[in-house]
Design a protein around this ligand. Structure first.
Ligand code: PRP
Ligand code: GLN
Ligand code: SF4
Ligand code: MG
Length: 570
């Protein structure tokens, strides 16, 4: 219970705890299977002592290994032979500039890729709709009919970009498509130039990319590329990937992708589309989710950030894209799997389970609703309300399952004491504080009949800036509640995220500025408790060490870097 006390503040209590915001720089850990990837690889295809076929690009000295080198990967790889390498070489296809629009700095998006369905762009727009919670600033799709890649992107929601004017989807023919919903981490939210997928032309053809994540060495990479003469069209970190691919001397395209990715630091779940293939790549730590499935009707391959996107377009979930894996899907439907070098210990973002992902999704192999329920139940055991409570209410939406877990474990009845408007989006994701302030009041309305005269436990998934909690507590008091006890199903957020979640600067994080008692006073709760970090880890079980919890612990798997260059905002 010591941990519980450290994370709890009651009106009568003066307990205080200040959590250090400073990121701890850590050396990188190599995974147990690291030696497999760095073992010497003879030229061409060979069977090694691990019974792994190593792949060696004949035109470069790069070592590419089939992903099956890890015994845990469920799919048999399709090994490339020399002929396939040859065919994979891209023919010159005419160049094209970026699909212009523009940018400011931040992070978390949704990506989708489809190959093998004549309705690819329509399915893509539906899948993006299912991923809308991951980003609301912009949406886009690039499709390909086997020859030319075409792009439609725009600021706003998927329905705003694609729903109003059917001709926009008509302009995206073909059986392959890649899509993106944006929540900016690097590059202005308001700039249409920064809306993905980015479409570019390089020496051997066209390539489109959709990225979820954030590159911590983006500024340094961009400075180097600019020194070498690259001209950037956007202020997004993602654009460096295209430049690295374009300047690579490796062949075929997948070797360029691998060479580019080896220079990236940070988080990236990427989907690439070229005229003849679809590629999915996940960074060596696996910070951001990425899953693969197939449409039940015709076997079309689908990649998406979350399984909720697969469900909507009737695609059967097959597996995660593994960390450090590159999956290549050919137009004939064949699927190959390679791995990036080096591969690291997994550091999946625990905040996906806490807040970002939808509860009906499977993320990192776990049902999100179950994780949230468990966090809430653990919180109830750790931090009951002293003197008891009459009702447990969730802060909709993402506090719902944690509140259910809290109510069931504590034995206090669960009620829907706050009603959510369906017409207001996520407040955390809103770009300005003014909009967030208004957003909370527009979005949530108290139910007087449930709250009046009651000792109310309010359960939310997280406190970031404190905007939501303070507004909600005021609303609940105005509705007549006798006491309001706030319970948060995650630890205090004390550090910014550098891996694709646009958590604000550390100064804006309320738990960075003050201890738990200070936050309680600020939000004017009768008591406040956070789930302790130890309990969060206990709830994750054996896999706890494979999660990133840097925004709670300050332990950053990849050292964050400050921007080292100044540049003109586009
Ligand atoms: O402390 P704050 O800065 O207010 O941020 C924390 C709040 O933001 C998120 O909700 P959001 O409204 O974004 O989305 P949701 O509807 O999915 O819960 C989160 O669930 C908290 O409620
Ligand atoms: N949230 C994200 O994953 C953002 C992707 C990319 N870093 C951007 O800012 O557009
Ligand atoms: S710092 Fe936090 S939000 Fe960012 S990847 Fe790690 S756990 Fe997720
Ligand atoms: Mg919320």
């Amino acid at each position: 219970m010591a941990a519980a006390a450290a994370h709890t503040a009651a009106a009568a209590s003066s307990s205080s705890q200040h959590l250090s915001p400073s990121p701890t720089r850590r050396s990188r850990h190599h995974s147990r299977s690291q030696h497999l990837f760095s073992s010497p690889v003879p030229h061409g295809l060979r069977q090694c002592s691990h019974r792994v076929t190593h792949l060696h690009s004949p035109s470069t000295s790069r070592h590419l290994l089939p992903m099956s080198c890890s015994p845990s990967f469920p799919q048999d790889p399709v090994f490339f032979d020399q002929q396939q390498w040859k065919r994979a070489e891209e023919g010159a296809n005419g160049g094209c500039a970026f699909d212009g629009r523009d940018d400011k700095p931040r992070e978390e998006c949704g990506v989708v890729g489809i190959l093998g369905d004549p309705q690819a762009s329509r399915l893509c727009s539906l899948a993006l709709h299912a991923l809308q919670h991951r980003g609301q600033e912009g949406a886009g799709i690039v499709s390909c009919d086997g020859d030319t890649l075409k792009s439609v992107t725009g600021l706003g929601l998927v329905s705003e970009v694609f729903g109003k004017d059917p001709s926009r989807l008509d302009a995206l023919p073909g059986d392959a498509a890649v899509g993106h919903v944006r929540y900016s981490t690097s590059g202005a939210a308001s700039s249409p130039l920064n809306v993905q997928p980015f479409l570019a032309g390089y020496r051997f053809g066209q390539v489109a990319v959709a990225h979820n994540g954030n590159l911590v060495n983006y500024a340094a990479l961009r400075a180097r590329l600019e020194d070498q003469g690259s001209i950037f069209n956007t202020s997004s970190d993602t654009e460096v990937v295209l430049h690295l691919i374009a300047i690579s001397k490796s062949r075929p395209f997948v070797a360029r992708v691998v060479e580019a990715c080896e220079q990236l630091e940070g988080a990236y779940s990427l989907i690439f589309l070229t005229s003849d293939k679809l590629y999915a790549v996940r960074d060596p730590y696996g910070f951001r989710p990425l899953v693969m499935g197939r449409r039940r009707s015709n076997g079309a391959v689908v990649f998406a950030s979350e399984t909720c996107a697969l469900d909507l377009i009737d695609a059967q979930y097959e597996r995660e894209v593994e960390r450090g894996e590159v999956i290549i899907v050919d137009r004939d439907g064949s699927v190959s799997s390679l791995c990036l070098i080096p591969r690291r210990d997994r550091r999946a973002c625990v905040f996906e389970h806490i807040y970002f992902a939808l509860p009906n999704s499977l993320v990192f192999g776990r049902p999100v609703h179950r994780e949230r329920y468990n966090f809430g139940a653990t919180l109830a055991a750790e931090s009951p309300v002293p003197g008891g409570a009459d009702v447990v209410i969730p802060v909709p939406d993402s506090g719902f399952f944690a509140a259910l877990g809290y109510a069931e474990r504590s034995g206090v009845p669960f009620q829907q004491g706050l009603i959510r408007s369906h017409y207001v989006g996520r407040t955390f994701i809103q770009p300005s504080q003014k909009i967030r302030d208004l957003g909370v009041r527009l979005k949530l309305a108290p139910v007087r009949g449930i709250l009046e005269g009651k000792r109310v436990v309010v359960v939310d998934d997280s406190i970031v800036r404190g905007t939501t909690s303070s507004k909600i507590i005021r609303l609940i008091r105005v509705a007549g509640a006798k006491e309001v006890h706030m319970r948060i199903a995650s630890p205090p957020i004390v550090g910014s995220c550098y891996y694709g979640v646009d958590t604000p600067s550390t100064q804006e994080l309320i738990s960075n500025r003050m201890d738990v008692e200070g936050v309680r006073r600020e939000i004017v709760a009768d008591s406040l408790a956070f789930l302790s970090l130890d309990s969060l880890k206990a709830s994750l079980g054996e896999e706890a060490p494979t999660y990133c919890d840097a925004c709670f612990s300050g332990k950053y798997p990849v050292p964050p870097r400050e921007n080292e260059i100044t540049r003109v905002e586009l």
